[in-house]
Design a protein around this ligand. Structure first.
Ligand SMILES: [Ca+2]
Ligand SMILES: [Ca+2]
Ligand SMILES: [Ca+2]
Length: 655
């Protein structure tokens, strides 16, 4: 009892300071301090000193475009709290606390003169004080980091948990035991950042120059019984990384922050640029905010009372739309489970923008792959994208808008204001329109005209030449699972994305024609990446003849693309546009490459005229196929007439 009174007296002394300061800060009328303490005592309420459990962001850097940085502190007994700093150059202001005392927002201003290091900040309430650490860090240097990707690159997409297990010690970590089970499709399989580091030479041998990995955020540490699917009922896990429970930590299955930095630095040293996968639409269902949000409208609704997402993406560009027709697509919770962040709340907006910049500065990523573009307000994208570009001018943003309508895709590309007056600041998008056409033409054997009809709509985009072309990612069945898919068809499709406009993207495993049905079968373990694997497809000897055929084809395409500038930077001009034959030229001022496809199951004759590009090719040249498969072509007075064998393609240059 005596101890309780002593603590209470101490709290009254602390309260004097706090109430005085709080009066200035909050413009609230001062409460008579002594009365407050006595009242507490007489009611038997023992106010407790503030407890800090987490601070987001935990660190920042001087000279940032964000000044002050807004911190969100989570803890207990934070009602009416304020922060004081004893460090010259670090000041705190603009405090807001949640009604339940679990959250405190504050602006932290950091002068340029503050040195890199760890500092203590003091948190004060009427009941006491406590200290918490805040770090000033040195961001990764500008040289060699934050460089963006461009059509000169070929992106390789690694599903980290399923690629290579480079460190068995993190497979079943003490923090989250029991989530590792390679027999279950939605459990952790052990792939990690060390595994990618180990396989950098392999990725390079394929001709890739950029790497995108699944998100690194810390995901839930216990079995997920909320987002479940048969047959793994009643539990799944966050093996995919898209369900953050901490936006400021690396999941322990993948490695550590130090390992992430090592991966990006080693990738840079090997000549890769690295894209970070970021998510701002939602948190995982187990994020502590879900049941205890920092503000009442932190999310669009609550766990108990929210709308579910209806995926009506087109409403985001509909000039006739009203909030009631757009609402479920923007505010709705995915699968009725994932807490949907409210980016219209200025505190949420700041939190998410700072989080993006923090990862970039900490790690030195070159680009951002942003999840779920059409389910977040365009007003947010505009501000977020501008903030990224302001801090890192060469960093570009690849937006995921899972839709085949080029009108919708182009509506989200940076470089033009929509009819809503917004430029969404998204540099480039996945070319989902092309994806569907490639699957139809080359897997299902439908008309190749569908591909040319996609390119015919390029005028819709502010910048069609930077779109990202792909045959599949982790959200749909693999190419080889389409009805009618063959190795020849896969190679044709690969030739198309490696020779046509845009930046090609390869999904891990497609280089060995890996099959795979819907999620999670499309995320199979890469053979040879895991302890005890009977087969090692990372090495030529471990691959079947067919796998080597596809791997070698892709590697050759990578090499050709690297050698021939027109394939990366040239203008595109179509020469033949038939039911199953397609030919186009890629042109720079000096060079031309002629790419010819026959998607028919029988030989196809094609005729075209290239006299208008005689400067680059000459009117009587001999053309040779860079792939070394098809016979030479003789140009006669600017005209080409040739027969192409069934289901084949050639990349022709002057011999
Ligand atoms: Ca591992
Ligand atoms: Ca975790
Ligand atoms: Ca949303």
């Amino acid at each position: 009892m005596g101890e309780a009174i002593r603590r209470s007296k101490k709290r009254c002394q602390d309260a004097e300071i706090t109430v005085r300061s709080a009066k200035r800060a909050s413009r609230l009328p001062a409460t008579p301090k002594l009365c407050l303490c006595l009242l507490s005592l007489s009611l038997g309420i023992v106010a407790q000193a503030p407890v800090v459990e987490k601070i987001d962001p935990p660190s920042w850097w001087t000279g940032s475009t964000i000044d002050p940085v807004r911190v969100l502190i989570r803890g207990k007994n934070l009602s009416g709290a304020k922060i004081e700093s004893a460090t010259p150059g670090i000041t705190a202001s603009n405090f807001e606390t949640s009604a339940n005392g679990h959250y405190l927002f504050a602006d932290i201003k950091i002068a340029e003169t503050v040195r890199v290091g760890k500092y203590d900040l003091k948190i004060l309430t009427s009941a006491g004080t406590s200290n918490f650490p805040f770090e000033i860090f040195a961001p990764q240097p500008r040289l060699g980091n934050y460089n963006g990707f461009r059509p000169d690159d070929v992106i390789y997409f690694v599903f980290t948990d399923r690629f290579a297990d480079g460190d068995a010690s993190n497979n079943d970590p003490p923090k989250s035991k029991g989530l590792y089970d390679r027999k279950k499709g939605r459990h952790y399989h052990g792939g990690d950042l060390q595994g990618i580091i180990d396989k950098l030479p392999y990725i390079k041998s394929l001709g890739a120059t950029a790497i995108w990995t699944t998100p690194v955020y810390d995901n839930v540490d216990v079995p997920d019984t909320k987002e479940t699917y048969p047959p793994e009922m009643p539990t799944t896990t966050g093996f995919h990384g898209y369900g953050a429970v901490d936006f400021y930590a690396v999941d322990e299955h993948l490695g550590s922050m130090a390992k992430l930095k090592e991966f990006v630095q080693k990738a840079h040293m090997s000549g890769f640029v690295v894209l970070q996968d970021q998510v701002v639409n939602h948190t995982g269902p187990y994020h502590v905010w879900a049941e205890d949000p920092p503000t009442p409208n932190w999310f669009n609704g609550t766990v108990k009372d929210h709308v579910s997402n209806n995926w009506q993406k087109w409403t985001t560009m509909n000039p006739r739309a009203t909030y009631q027709t757009q609402r479920r697509n923007i505010d709705g919770w995915f699968i009725d489970i994932l807490p949907d962040l409210n980016q219209n709340n200025p505190e949420v907006e700041k939190y998410l923008i700072q989080n993006s910049l923090w990862w970039m500065a900490q790690v030195g990523f070159d680009a951002i792959r942003m999840d779920t573009l059409p389910h977040v307000p365009r007003t947010y994208w505009s501000k977020w994208g501008a903030a990224v570009h302001r801090e890192f001018p060469k960093v570009n943003i690849l937006g995921e808008l899972f839709d085949g309508d080029p009108a919708l895709l182009s509506y989200f590309q940076k470089g033009r204001r929509g009819h809503d007056g917004i430029d969404p600041e998204i540099d480039t998008l996945y070319d989902f329109t092309l994806f569907y056409a490639l699957r139809n033409a080359f897997a299902k054997g439908q008309s190749i005209r569908q591909v040319s009809q996609v390119f015919a709509k390029d005028w819709l985009y502010p910048k069609p030449n930077v779109l990202v072309s792909f045959l599949g990612v982790h959200d749909m069945e693999r190419f080889m699972n389409e009805q009618g898919a063959t190795i020849d068809g896969l190679k044709l499709a690969q030739t198309m994305i490696m020779t046509s406009r845009g930046t090609p993207l390869l999904y891990y495993g497609d280089e060995i024609a890996m099959p795979g049905g819907p999620d999670p079968d499309n995320r199979r373990d890469f053979p040879g990446g895991f302890p005890g694997d009977a087969k090692n497809a990372f090495s030529q000897n471990g691959r079947t003849a067919q796998e080597n055929e596809v791997f070698d084809h892709l590697a050759k395409l990578g090499d050709i693309r690297k050698q021939l500038e027109p394939l990366r930077r040239g203008r595109s001009l179509d020469l033949v546009d038939e039911e199953q034959q397609f030919a186009f030229a890629r042109l720079t001022d000096k060079e031309a490459v002629i790419v010819i496809f026959n998607n028919d199951t029988k030989p196809g004759e094609i005729n075209f005229d290239i006299s208008f590009i005689s400067k680059q090719i000459g009117v009587n040249a001999t053309l040779k196929d860079s792939l070394g498969k098809l016979p030479d072509i003789r140009v006669n007075d600017g005209k080409v007439k040739t027969t192409i064998s069934a289901r084949s393609a050639g990349i022709y240059i002057v011999k």
